[in-house]
Write a protein that binds this ligand. Structure first.
Ligand code: PSU
Ligand code: MN
Length: 331
């Protein structure tokens, strides 16, 4: 369906003035960077990016360098990057270099903000680094259909007892944003994560693969629900999801490029050790994922960080190309 530029601007304004559907009637101010708002109003390609990966997912200064490089890759591949975070209580879509620096240096002092935390971070004027669930929600409020990250959360190992299931999975079941990732880390229970996504009605596609990747490695032994072989094919599925008003998200899993994949054996033994330590230290709730990510990185002597950075950049490349293909499809 073609929209004129003026009607797109009006639609966006109406939505920004009153983002009621997403936050239940609480009319808040969402700050959209001028570059992002212009691209959205003209129907150009935009890619949302999360910020917990900056604050909690990587150490300083690699987090800042990676965030900037990822934005550059998105730009070079035909889309406008929109990193999402909550700064001084204001949800921001598109960050300046200074704002990225602020978040990167705050690190874990920024509040890890999932859907459940948004209202409190806003009401208390805090700084929130948004996880996949909160980033999806804010992206959809301003009608950004595509979001790139490294790995999504999932069902934790032993999740059948702890019920530790990331809100990323329920968000995917209720918010129509396509999330590009390299699968989920094997710190999680991958088969149960996929079962949960199936229950939530989420399409889990493999980009040029039939197998769901395991973040550091290409294979998890689990199948995806469909395979997509080009940016145009991805764009058509995203558009069909949108036109059908299914209301659910899509996972598009992009395997880590082979030359950057970490040795499965080294990673697995680090994961086992980190899981054991987490149990001994009685780490629970939303502290589990950041703890495991940091420990696996330490235990592998930075090898996992290098892989993490490489796959994030690759996901950004693919996501930006799909965003460009989607914008073209909608012209
Ligand atoms: N997995 C990663 N890197 C990350 C995260 C997950 O490989 O940075 C972050 C993402 O922000 C994700 C969040 O949304 O952790 C999930 O946290 P939890 O498991 O507490 O839901
Ligand atoms: Mn959890």
């Amino acid at each position: 369906m073609a929209f004129s530029a003026a009607s797109r601007i009006n639609n966006l304004r109406r939505h920004l003035d009153s983002p009621k559907d997403a936050l239940g009637g609480y009319s808040i101010n969402v700050k959209v960077a001028p570059e992002v708002s212009e691209a959205l109003s003209l129907g150009r390609a935009v890619v949302a990016l999360e910020s917990t990966i900056i604050s909690h997912g990587m150490p300083y200064p690699q987090n800042l360098e990676t965030a900037k490089e990822v934005e550059d890759i998105v730009r070079k591949n035909g889309a406008v990057p929109a990193t999402i975070a909550i700064l001084d209580g204001t949800p921001c879509v598109g960050l300046s270099v200074e704002e990225l620096e602020k978040l990167a240096t705050l690190g874990t002092k920024a509040r890890k903000t999932a859907r459940r935390d948004i209202a409190h971070v806003v009401a208390s004027g805090g700084n929130g680094a948004t996880t996949v669930s909160a980033t999806m929600l804010l992206a959809s409020m301003v009608h950004i259909p595509i979001f790139v990250t490294g790995g999504i959360g999932g069902v934790h190992r032993d999740g059948e007892h702890t019920m530790d299931i990331s809100s990323d999975l329920t968000e995917l079941g209720r918010t129509p944003v396509a999330v590009f990732c390299a699968g989920v880390k094997s710190i999680l229970d991958i088969p149960r994560t996929l079962e949960y996504l199936e229950t939530q009605g989420v399409c889990v596609a493999g980009y040029k693969t039939n197998e769901f990747p395991a973040f550091f490695t290409e294979s998890s032994g689990c199948k995806v629900s469909c395979r997509l072989d080009s940016p145009e094919e991805c764009a058509r599925v995203i558009e069909a999801n949108n036109k059908l008003k299914l209301g659910t998200g899509i996972v598009i899993a992009v395997p880590i490029p082979r030359e950057h994949s970490a040795s499965g054996h080294i990673i697995e033994s680090a994961i086992q050790k980190a899981l054991q330590e987490a149990r001994e230290k009685n780490i629970t709730g939303n502290a589990v994922t950041p703890f495991l990510l940091a420990r696996v990185n330490e235990l592998t002597g930075g090898a996992s960080l290098a892989s993490n950075i490489a796959l994030m950049k690759n996901n950004a490349l693919v996501g930006a190309k799909v965003a460009a293909a989607l914008a073209q499809l909608r012209e």
